[in-house]
Design a protein around this ligand. Structure first.
Ligand code: FEO
Length: 174
């Protein structure tokens, strides 16, 4: 095995978190869809697809390191929200948790002088910076436009386009 058993377990814990993020974003998108926030629904469904790519990167990494990726059972995610704003507050909180977990993985790699895993994790370090900025930017819109029905409608319209802008930016910088 090219990685330690401690690293194998920590990455498997990360796979479990990414898997729960997929379900959480699908559930959030589903709530948005039912509430009539179509832009935000599309945004969260695409975010779930992105979380799937994160999970698969870890799965492939473990399997290619002669370790074993464990695909976990998933608990039922939150499916009811008080407002559109609260969906993005929950998303930001989740992304902040992911950032902490990624930083913890980086610390293990540093301690173990596991340079291959350290390099592999750098993509996630950058990704988390972008994810947190994205959700902070969206939450800022509620401060700017306000929380009246029309303002929230405008924010939802904004959400319909922001995801494709973010993806285009990521593709041009990769
Ligand atoms: Fe996979 Fe959004 O962190």
């Amino acid at each position: 095995m090219r990685i330690s058993s401690q690293m194998e377990k920590a990455i498997n814990d990360q796979i479990a978190y990414e898997a729960s993020a997929i379900n959480a974003y699908v559930a959030t998108g589903s709530w948005c869809e039912r509430a009539g926030y179509d832009g935000s629904a599309a945004f969260f469904f695409e975010q779930a697809v992105e979380e799937n790519t994160h999970m698969l990167k870890f799965v492939h990494y473990l399997n290619n390191a002669e370790a074993e990726a464990i695909i976990p059972a998933i608990e039922k995610p939150q499916s009811k929200f008080d407002s559109l704003e609260s969906t993005f507050q929950a998303a930001l909180k989740s992304e902040q948790t992911v950032t902490k977990l990624i930083n913890n993985l980086v610390e293990i790699a540093e301690k173990e002088k596991d340079r291959a895993t350290y390099l592999f994790l750098q993509w996630f370090v950058s990704e988390q910076v972008e994810e947190e900025i994205l959700f902070q930017t969206i939450l800022q819109k509620f401060e700017i436009f306000g929380r009246e029905k029309l303002a929230v409608y405008q924010i939802d319209q904004f959400l319909a386009s922001i995801r494709s802008q973010v993806m285009a930016k990521k593709q041009s910088s990769s």
